[in-house]
Design a protein. Structure first.
Length: 367
């Protein structure tokens, strides 16, 4: 039998091939998915002995093809899943979710075995039967819970609860002297396989607790449980308390070491920042110093300029030479009238006369 997939659940619709044994007709339009019962989402699932069935109608199982096409709202496909459900975990919830979604219109009945059967065939449980019943009741995918479920499903049990299909993982489950307790269910065509969730199981959780037994004992002692409640001897109790104090001291030492490392790291970071800033400032200072006092620095240019100004102030430039004279044509000297000789004169007049002799009076001559 091919396991159903989510795509088939979404795409399959009812075939209109005539009426079936469960009251379906050609004109029935059955949606691929039905709305879940509000009771299962708002309140715990009821126990089977609290649910009243209508035994006046004959019990006729639906076929796998009919279940996949979809059944009327008043005739859901009744799927049964059983188990121990000790330490109820996500693997259990996922298996029940798969069973709930096997068909478009599914009513999920979950059987939980009692402590007596479980201890005889499988081993001691962590949770008692009432705790396990209550855990399954509060799973959102469950519509009904069967308490004290049988270890091996009989035809009478299947007929009593009007079960159409039995959901379980396809791995052979050997128990109670049988290689597979679901073998007769598979042969009858009533088996609907689900997938196990890897990495999580009740046995795995118990293994973790046993492996870390001392850790969990110390944890519960710290939370206020007594050594008697934990079935721990007086000597072991003192040992666990001593270990707890030693661990606290180690934790304090570790905290101090971490804080000191953080402090040293902060100091190193700050020192590195200071060194980097000092290097930047020192480079800037050296550059400014060289720019001022270097071979070609501003100070040298200032000194040269000052020296030039001082030399200019001490020895100013010479005045320009006298302007050149223009050559003029010679003219005859002035002569006194009616005399060939110059009149006598004083030294001053003589000088004037000498100058007059050389004076050009060419214009008078022209007149």
């Amino acid at each position: 039998m091919e396991p159903p997939t989510s795509s088939r659940l979404n795409s399959r619709k009812r075939r209109k091939d005539g009426s079936g044994p469960n009251g379906a007709t050609e004109l029935d339009g059955i949606p691929p998915k039905m709305s879940r019962r509000s009771l299962g989402l708002r309140e715990p699932a009821p126990f089977s002995d609290e649910v009243e069935l209508d035994y006046s109608k004959p019990y006729i199982r639906v076929t796998y093809e009919e279940a996949m096409r979809g059944t009327p709202l008043d005739r859901p496909v009744r799927v049964y899943a059983d188990g121990i459900f000790d330490l109820f975990h996500s693997g259990h919830a996922r298996a029940l979710m798969q069973a709930k979604n096997l068909f478009p219109n599914t009513y999920l009945i979950v059987g939980v075995c009692s402590d007596e059967l479980t201890h005889n065939f499988k081993g001691f449980t962590v949770m008692n039967e009432n705790e396990r019943y209550d855990a399954v009741q509060h799973c959102r995918y469950v519509d009904e819970v069967v308490r004290n479920a049988p270890w091996t499903l009989t035809p009478e049990f299947l007929a009593e609860h009007r079960i159409d299909f039995v959901a379980h993982d396809d791995i052979p489950y050997s128990s109670a002297g049988s290689d597979d307790v679901y073998k007769h269910i598979k042969e009858a065509g009533m088996f609907a396989p689900t997938q196990r969730t890897e990495g999580i199981s009740t046995s795995d959780i118990i293994t973790r607790i046993v492996r870390d037994y001392d850790v969990y004992v110390r944890r519960n002692l710290q939370r206020g449980y007594t050594a008697k409640e934990l079935n721990v001897s007086f000597i072991n109790e003192k040992k666990y308390h001593l270990q707890e104090r030693v661990d606290k001291v180690k934790k304090r030492v570790k905290d101090v070491e971490e804080k000191s490392k953080e402090f040293v790291q902060k100091v190193e970071e700050k020192s590195i920042d200071l060194i980097q800033k000092w290097e930047e400032k020192s480079r800037e200072f050296i550059g400014n110093f060289l720019e001022m006092f270097g071979p070609e620095g501003a100070l040298k240019h200032m000194l040269k300029e000052g020296k030039g100004r001082m030399l200019q102030a001490i020895s100013p430039k010479q005045s320009p030479s006298s302007s050149p004279t223009h050559d003029r044509s010679p003219s005859p000297s002035f002569r006194w009238p009616f005399s060939t000789k110059s009149p006598p004169s004083s030294p001053a007049n003589r000088s004037r006369n000498e100058s007059a002799v050389t004076y050009d009076i060419s214009e008078d001559e022209e007149d």
